[in-house]
Design a binder for this molecule. Sequence first.
Ligand code: BGC
Length: 454
Amino acid sequence: MAQGIYTFPEGFLWGTATAAHHVEGNMSNSWSHWENMETGKVFENHKHGRAVEWWAGRWQEDFDRMQYLGQNTHRLSVEWSRIQPGPDRIDEDAIRQYQDMLDGLHKRGIEPMVTLHHFTNPMWLEDEGGWLENSVVERFARWTEIAVDAFGDRINLWCTFNEPMVYAVQAYLVGMFYPGSNNPWKMYKCAELLLRAHAASYDVIKSKYPGALVGVAKHMLELNPLSPAVINGPPIRLVRSIFNNAFNKAMITGELDFPLRKKVVIPDLAGKYDYAGLNFYQRYNGGFNLTSPGTYFLKQVPEPDAPYSPPMWGEIFPQGLYKQIMQMWKLFRKPIYITETGTPDQGDEVRRWYIARAVHSTWRAINENIPVRGIYYWTLLDNFEWTAGYNPEFRFGLYATNFETQERTLRQSGALYREFALVNGLSSDMVEQYTPQLMEKLFPGEPGQQEVPL
Ligand code: BGC
């Protein structure tokens, strides 16, 4: 087999991503409210509980772990409901704790990327009508202002929204997140307000820190119709348009164009992004399935050699990252951050393969001069996973967590990711050691005869 190394540009960012609700513990927000409603939408009605105890202080040891992994960046979210527990209340202690955490990252040489909204809302906001009331735009601008005043001097990379279309679909179309609606018009309205709020938030951040980089972490699915295309083509195109494309196009043009709805012009939105954030996990080869709202009404037929993936997850497909990076580049023409990519895999067999393929796909794009600046693996350690709760099938961590003892154990995939970060590259030695089945694919041929593999 050939030997070699795929090297990344100097200063490339290697990180992991987390969300406050997954890691902090003892939240009081729309998601804990949803858990307490015990609707059966969350696996076995699990509650996040102590989570992995960051708020109780374990962030310190986990930030040490990030440093051990060679991470030079970490994406985390700050929790709106903690900092603004009421419309006219600000919790200074919560602000101080996040300041300490951000300082803790900097001290360890880890640049923070901070998300302002990762699927959770204060309940007072929900009681006002949440993401269906126009007033939410003002509310979000004010929340941004509080966050920027408190943390702006510590943050250069801002992410206003995590996966806005996932949020809009889950909360208002398929009813899996609070408030559990099943109404496409509400989903459309939510998406529109998220865009308006993004534009307002962008302005607030840039007016105070013009050099800061602001964007959105956009979830993209690879969607391919099975034959016959006459039957499966239209539903796949519909999902592609609603889920993948409409939001992105609106960011660029300022016009939100959803199927079966009048085009909406969003003033002062066009061009308000300094980077494109890409979250990528899976692909669906399939067509329409009315009985499967949890998979965005898609039936999925994985390739026969695809690794096992838990129910509702789609096909695990790290190689697809390359195509998505290229598409994001064509659209946005701005630097790209892979704001999330990862895989559920308690056994840690698939994850090593996943990470190597995802990193290689990223390298391919960089090799074609696409300005990809960093990659954030989802996630540092096993934690609470939204509707999957603590379902063992949904363990994403580079560290395994024992939820009884709060002990963390480095997985082999974590050790591999560490090597990538420390060397700033992916070498044949690493692949040989951690995921030898990929040698043929990533390092084909004899020494001196390498071709860049597809
Ligand atoms: C979300 C995360 C989530 C992860 C794994 C992403 O879509 O941003 O919050 O935990 O996927 O499901």
